[in-house]
Design a protein around this ligand. Structure first.
Ligand code: ADP
Length: 205
């Protein structure tokens, strides 16, 4: 399928730093960052889907797969129409999707995965501390309560981690999530720079 978007996946537990790194990457020419968490948070809270999102995220739960994939594909399409994301030039950096095995199956119709950055932290308690710090800084209700954080981490282990098994192990690159943003970005770019250099030259689109 020549129409698939060339993409890399930012993967890791909540608090591993996908959002921070995604924003940094998105500022580098040739990378287009797309976070499903951000996509959902920009919804009108009074709309039907906005209310659905509020219900799920307040409990730390995932929005149902079908709604998520439909919204995601419409959202990406809109970014192409607005010329913000240029599929023929940019590598799409997906942050927060696919998050379930079912999402991985559906999204493979739309994307050609060129690499997966798996941000790993040796100490999971560090992740919990980061999430609590961020909740205070960004006033995020979903991460303010410790039981919601624990629920998010449990759901990650149960539903999201198995997503990695859906991809060729050669695509998966583990990067240390602990360090300054610049250090972590350095680890990511060591993997992504060569991938970017060959993207769009090996697949016609
Ligand atoms: P962040 O970008 O800060 O990590 P999240 O990715 O945790 O934010 O997204 C916040 C909430 O958005 C999640 O708890 C979940 O309810 C919803 N969400 C985000 N991505 C998905 C997805 N791929 N599938 C289902 N729900 C999602």
């Amino acid at each position: 399928m020549s129409e698939r978007y060339q993409a890399i996946l930012l993967f890791g537990a909540p608090g591993a730093g996908k959002g921070t790194q995604g924003l940094l990457l998105g500022n580098i020419p040739g990378f287009f960052h797309m976070s499903t968490g951000d996509m959902f948070r920009t919804l009108d809270h009074n709309s039907e889907i906005g209310q659905l999102f509020d219900q799920y995220s307040a409990r730390g739960e995932l929005v149902p797969d079908e709604v998520t994939i439909k919204m995601w594909s419409e959202y990406v399409h809109a970014q192409t129409v607005l010329s913000l994301y240029k599929p023929k030039q940019d590598l799409l950096c997906l942050d927060g999707i696919p998050r379930t095995v079912a999402q991985a199956h559906s999204i493979k119709e739309h994307i050609d995965v060129r690499g997966i950055i798996h941000l790993v932290a040796p100490n999971p308690e560090e992740m919990v501390m980061r999430l609590q710090r961020r909740a205070i800084e960004q006033k995020r209700v979903d991460d303010a309560k410790i039981d919601v954080i624990r629920n998010r981490l449990d759901i990650y282990e149960r539903e999201t981690r198995p997503v990695l098994d859906q991809f060729d192990p050669n695509l998966i690159h583990e990067v240390n999530a602990i360090g300054t943003p610049a250090e972590v970005l350095g680890g990511i770019l060591r993997v992504l720079a060569p991938i970017q250099a060959t993207a769009h030259t090996t697949v016609p689109n």
